[in-house]
Each structure stands twice: as structure tokens, then as C-alpha cells.
Write a protein that binds this ligand. Structure first.
Ligand code: OSB
Ligand code: MG
Length: 376
């Protein structure tokens, strides 16, 4: 249950929308392409001298979902930020309600909701996790390994297993699937493993995907189309391996429909994908009611988005390790002062009010592509 605030609510008096560029230490390849850098939209909302922060998880091109940075920035600039500016909100639900008429754009709307959640938690003097109903001080984490040569991937699995990561996720694509899993399983017979196809297969690949059943992987993530649920239910009937949906779950309603037809037995929640924390908590609760575990996905976030993800991962049904690994795996330098680093496969939850991390303004200035201000 979300903590209710009594009193006068919060009036948003200004905002800053910034675009920054962070180089990735190593390119990250998934079935749909390779990322060399992260372009990150950053939003700051201000009220009563307090600041709330969020980052957007959309990419420059609509290659993960049908949202992209340019469209999100335009919607924020022309519609969403003018809408919230100068408004007093009695609770985060009121922010969500104001944005609800706009269709789709869950990644863009999530930026406003998440920045407000951080602000709200800080105004109450509470860590975000407390507001969301979580309590643990550290969470179990896994890693997601991009597509690369098989031998090299086996060595990368070894390095991460040695660091204590609790689950290794292998990115797969046609021609780089059964052979890869076979090679990794041979060296690591009992390690918790999963695979992620990022929507690249079709039902015509059912026999191929069923061959993965013999390797005892925890789940196969998003094998079929990003906007499909029905075919995943058809596929699940033919597989022993549980299907985990990522791209397909963009709302609690889509999640309910997926669970009702057994299209998924595990759910990946990305706060920035589903519109924010409130919808994430609904998906979490709904999945619990279906006895389906959830885990927190990642989009190679900087420390701002990563901190949001870590807080929500403290809820009880986040019972599988999340993709909330050390920021230093991706970036030479993070956007925040604090270090988000795993210790023996566990990520400590940042302390203090809100998300508990603070932007490194000097560094952010040096990697800024554009800045826009709203309000006074
Ligand atoms: O499908 O989970 C995914 C990264 C970019 C786009 C899609 C995905 C991913 C990851 C990265 O798997 C996980 C992480 O942030 O560490
Ligand atoms: Mg995924």
C-alpha cells in the first residue's frame, strides 16, 4: 500500500528537461541491434525547494518498443510539462490521472510519474521503497550479457558468477541460441540461467525453442513479438521452460490478460516501460495474486533510473534477481555522486529520502546535449 500524505499536497513550480550522452564501456548487442552509447532524457521536477529526478528509458530509435526519444521530448515539452507546471497534487495518483488521457507513451509518462514519486517521498522524508511498500536493505541481482562469440560469452559468464551474481541472462537470436546455451550449461551445470530473445522469433520457431527445455533455464524472456500476447500463450503450451514477458507488458491490464491465458509464468517489470511506480506496483500485486514471480528489468540506466529500479525491487514478489547490476559494468563514470555497486550479488538500497542518490551536476554539464527549463 502506498503511504498517504495528509496536508496541502505539492505544487510543481519548475522543471528541467535535459538530454545527456553517456558512452558505454563496451557495445551492448541484442537481437535487434547494437548500442554504443546511451542518450538519456533526464527530468527534474521542483516543489517547495525539493527536487525529484527521473530518466527516460526510450532509445533514439523505436527498436525496443514503439517509442523514441525525440517523440517523448516533444510530448514532454509541448504537453506534459506545461500540464503539470503550477499544479498542486494531493498524491502521485493525481499526477497519473492527469496524464492518463494520453495514449501510449508509457516511457515518456513514466518520467513525470517517477520524478514526482521521488519528490513526494522526499517531501515525506521517506525512502522511496517505504512509500512503495518495500523494506529490504539489499536486493538480489543478476546480469544481462549481450550477444558475442560463444567462447567469450562463457568467459564473461565465469567472471560474473565469480562476482556472485545470482542469475546470468544470455541474449539470444536465431543462429545464436541452442548452441550458446549448450556451451554455457556444459561449464556451469547448476548456475541459474535465463535467455532473452527481444521479440525475434515466431511460432514457426517452436521446435527450435523447445530444444532449450533440456537445459533447465529459469525462463525464456520475450521470444515472440513485442506487441503480442496470444502467440506467447500458444508457445507456452509447447514449452516446459516458463515464458517471461518483457516488451509485451506495458500496463497492468495487458499483464492481467497475459496471466489469464497463461502467456507468461514470470513477469519482467521495467518501471520506465509501464508508466511508473504506481502501475508497477499494480503489476506486482496482480502477478502475486496469480502466484507469478516478478523481477525488475533494466535498460542500461544511469544511476538515476537504476536507483528507482532498486527501490521497487524491495517489494516482496520481486522474488527473482533483477537486471539492476553495478553501474560500473556499463559506464566509466555515473551521473550520480553515490556508487551503485553490487556486493556478492546483492545491491544495497540507497539510503535517505526519495531515491537516495544525487546528480553529479558538474559531470552532467559536460555531457549535456540540450537543456530546457519550465516554470519559474
Ligand atoms: O530486454 O531487458 C532487455 C537492454 C536494452 C534493451 C532491452 C533489454 C536490455 C537488457 C539490459 O537486458 C539489462 C540491464 O540494464 O542491465
Ligand atoms: Mg528483455
Amino acid at each position: 500500500m502506498l503511504v498517504e500524505r495528509t496536508g496541502a499536497g505539492l505544487r510543481i513550480d519548475s522543471a528541467e528537461l535535459r538530454l545527456v550522452r553517456l558512452e558505454l564501456l563496451t557495445p551492448f548487442t541484442i537481437s535487434t541491434g547494437t548500442m554504443y552509447e546511451k542518450i538519456i532524457p533526464l527530468l527534474t521536477l521542483r516543489a517547495d525547494g525539493i527536487e525529484g529526478y527521473a530518466e527516460g528509458v526510450m532509445d533514439p530509435l523505436p527498436d525496443y518498443l514503439d517509442e523514441q526519444i525525440a517523440g517523448g521530448m516533444a510530448l514532454l515539452r509541448d504537453v506534459l510539462l506545461p500540464q503539470v507546471m503550477g499544479q498542486r497534487f494531493d498524491n502521485p495518483q493525481a499526477v497519473e490521472r492527469l496524464l492518463s488521457p494520453w495514449r501510449g507513451h508509457t516511457m515518456t509518462k513514466a518520467m513525470v510519474e517517477m520524478a514526482f514519486m521521488d519528490l513526494w517521498a522526499k517531501s515525506l522524508g521517506l525512502p522511496l521503497k517505504t512509500l512503495l511498500g518495500g523494506s529490504s536493505d539489499a536486493i538480489d541481482v543478476g546480469v544481462s550479457l549481450g550477444i558475442g562469440p560463444i567462447e567469450e560469452t562463457v568467459e564473461r559468464v565465469r567472471a560474473h558468477v565469480e562476482q556472485g551474481y545470482k542469475r546470468i541472462k544470455l541474449k539470444i537470436k536465431p543462429g545464436h541460441d541452442v548452441g550458446l546455451v549448450e556451451a554455457v550449461r556444459r561449464v556451469f551445470p547448476t548456475q541459474s540461467l535465463s535467455v532473452d530473445a527481444n521479440s525475434v522469433y515466431t511460432l514457426a520457431d517452436t521446435m527450435k525453442l523447445a530444444r532449450l527445455d533440456q537445459y533447465a533455464i529459469d525462463y525464456i524472456e520475450q521470444p515472440l513479438a513485442w506487441n503480442d500476447i496470444q502467440d506467447h500463450a500458444t508457445l507456452q503450451k509447447r514449452l516446459v521452460t516458463p515464458i517471461c514477458l518483457d516488451e509485451s507488458i506495458r500496463s497492468a491490464r495487458l499483464c492481467r490478460q497475459a496471466l489469464q491465458i497463461d502467456a507468461a509464468r514470470v513477469i519482467n517489470i521495467k518501471v520506465g516501460r509501464v508508466g511508473g511506480h504506481l502501475e508497477s506496483v499494480r503489476i506486482h500485486d496482480l502477478s502475486a495474486a496469480f502466484d507469478v514471480p516478478v523481477w525488475c528489468g533494466g535498460m542500461l540506466e544511469s544511476g538515476i533510473g537504476r536507483a528507482h529500479n532498486i527501490h521497487i525491487s524491495t517489494l516482496p514478489n520481486f522474488s527473482k534477481p533483477g537486471d539492476t547490476s553495478s553501474a560500473s559494468r556499463y559506464f566509466a563514470r555515473d551521473l550520480i555522486h553515490e556508487k551503485l555497486e553490487t556486493v556478492n550479488g546483492q545491491m544495497p538500497v540507497p539510503e535517505g529520502p526519495g531515491i537516495g542518490v544525487t546528480p553529479d551536476r558538474d559531470f552532467i554539464e559536460t555531457i549535456t546535449l540540450s537543456v530546457e527549463s519550465f516554470g519559474r
